[in-house]
Design a binder for this molecule. Structure first.
Ligand code: GLV
Ligand code: MG
Length: 299
């Protein structure tokens, strides 16, 4: 799996010491992870290791062994089941000690915080601001469902009996607000039915629509669906680029220094530009290109 992960079109790879790794396998897994990070071959992919949460006996050894062994080849530590800002702070202090001891650049290794229970959600803004290392807030739907006693075993799907909306809306929005308020990434968690790509798209589509930046994939078969879902539609991407060009032209001297103008049947203004910037940035990051760029009217 590790060798294959080096070849797949995912933006990030995380190697797991937590729930996908049996307790008896954890000591050896630390060694496997250090070796595979140091072996390289990860290209542009963000390299992350998920350690065990602070309520276990494994966290400090996970962090010290992995970061001492491969800290130069690691971008972030993912901390699961974060409940308080202090837990992020504790990881920050430990990372700083290791970086100083090993002669690494202090503060380079980031933290991805997983929100997986009620206390974590209640504290999400404090968690987001607990350390400048925090780069990403992640929703952990499986643990979260267990933590709040949700009456379902199907991760990410609506619990049977709840027919008046999206049971995850409140949680997703809280995480998204904490992320956006602090300029962090908001990432949706796993979809466990790995052969049900339509189901993946349905669930991913909801968080993507709200503004989430991406979602975990558990299997290569989910990657294309994820990349497609979190990228804009081609027509939206082109429209966004056209708004940017048209707005730049019309606000300029040549375009008449106008702040609110018509683009086809639509009025565009500064707020349109801000919305267009979001879509255009996502499209450009996904490597999208334009087929019919807007051009100014003939003088
Ligand atoms: C992921 O860790 C989850 O619990 O969904
Ligand atoms: Mg979890």
């Amino acid at each position: 799996m590790i060798d294959k992960a080096r070849t797949l079109p995912a933006d990030q790879v995380f190697l797991d010491l937590e729930d996908a790794c049996a307790p008896l396998a954890k000591p050896d897994a630390r060694k496997t992870i250090v070796a595979s990070l140091n072996e390289g071959g990860w290209g542009e992919r963000v390299r992350v290791v998920r350690v065990n949460d602070w309520t276990t006996e494994w966290t400090y050894r996970d962090v010290t062994e992995v970061v001492e062994g491969a800290g130069a080849n690691l971008d972030c530590i993912m901390l699961p089941k974060v409940q308080t800002a202090e837990q992020v702070h504790a990881l920050d202090l430990l990372l700083t000690q290791i970086e100083k001891t090993m002669g690494y650049e202090v503060g380079r290794i980031g933290i991805e915080a997983q929100i997986e229970n009620a206390l974590g959600l209640v504290n999400v803004n404090a968690i987001a601001t607990a350390s400048p290392r925090v780069e990403t807030i992640i929703f952990g739907p499986a643990d979260f469902m267990a933590s709040i006693n949700m009456k379902s075993l199907v991760v990410g799907e609506q619990p049977p009996g709840y027919d008046v909306g999206d049971a995850y809306h409140y949680i997703l929005m809280q995480i998204l607000m904490a992320a956006r308020a602090n300029d962090l990434l908001a990432i949706d968690g796993p979809y466990l039915q790995i052969r049900d790509v339509d189901g993946f798209k349905r669930v991913a589509g909801r968080s993507a629509a709200l503004g989430f930046d991406g979602k975990w994939v558990l299997h290569p078969g989910q990657i294309d669906a994820a990349n497609e879902t979190y990228s804009p539609l081609q027509e939206d991407y082109e429209h966004a680029e056209n708004i940017l060009d048209a707005y730049e032209y019309y606000t300029s001297e040549a375009g008449g220094r106008r702040g609110a103008v018509m683009l086809g049947d639509e009025m565009i203004d500064e707020a349109s530009r801000k919305m267009a910037l979001v879509i255009s940035a996502k499209g450009r990051a996904a490597g999208m290109t334009r087929t019919s760029p807007w051009s100014p009217p003939e003088a």
